[in-house]
Design a protein around this ligand. Structure first.
Ligand code: FMN
Length: 196
């Protein structure tokens, strides 16, 4: 059976390098025989997390929709830009809202403990989002309890690292991408999803 993999970017900006990276990963996952769903967080708007808002109106429907997508995919790939050496407010807010959902008879954060995760990032500068990815990894592994693969892809000097088709131009980055895709599809193939 083909593993189902969900792909999204922590930037929804027009011309986003991280959307390009997400699209490239989706393309290579499809070639590697995965069944890929690519979403934009722009289609799942959420208010900035506020405890009073949660008490008054509950967790927004879009957080439940995103939860359902996570629940029904064996693997999740997140492309994350770096803002001031950390992740974007959009991505943090999204993860924060989803983490607030706890269904009856569920362990805390159980949602995050089934699928396998992979991360990557792109930036126009020298850091290639690497410092942001370390924060993302800490949030996902230490706080949410996700299994995040050690293979990750960091694209620096993004303006020169993607060609006009959205493919990578540099051999060392292409090698890392292939390594990530191979391990990701293999690990996702072993994930057993809960019955939904
Ligand atoms: C608030 C803010 C902070 C940023 N901080 C960093 C940074 O710490 N390191 C970096 O390499 N780029 C930084 N950038 C530049 C982003 O990497 C760049 O805007 C990138 O294109 C964003 O990702 P996107 O193309 O997917 O939208 C920052 C951009 C913004 C708006």
């Amino acid at each position: 059976m083909k593993p189902k993999i969900l792909v999204f970017s922590g930037s929804t900006r027009k011309g986003s390098y991280n959307k390009m990276l997400a699209a490239l990963v989706a393309k290579h996952l499809t070639i590697a025989n995965a069944d890929v769903t690519t979403i934009s967080l722009a289609d799942y708007p959420l208010p900035i997390y506020d405890g009073d808002l949660e008490d008054e109106t509950g967790i927004p429907e879009n957080a439940f929709k995103l939860r359902k997508l996570i629940e029904t995919h064996h693997g999740i790939f997140i492309a994350s830009p770096e803002y001031n050496s950390s992740i974007t407010p959009l991505l943090k807010n999204t993860l924060d809202w989803i983490s607030r959902i706890q269904l009856p008879e569920e362990e805390p954060l159980q949602l995050f403990h089934t699928s396998v995760y992979a991360v990557g990032g792109a930036s126009p500068g020298a850091h290639g989002s690497l410092r942001g990815l370390m924060h993302l990894r800490t949030i996902m592994e230490v706080s949410l309890g996700c299994l995040v693969l050690p293979e990750m892809i960091s694209i620096n000097f993004a303006g020169k690292s993607f060609d006009e088709n959205g493919d990578l131009t540099k051999d060392h980055q292409i090698k890392r991408l292939h390594k990530l895709i191979e391990r990701f599809v293999s690990e996702a193939s072993h994930v057993k999803l809960q019955d939904n």
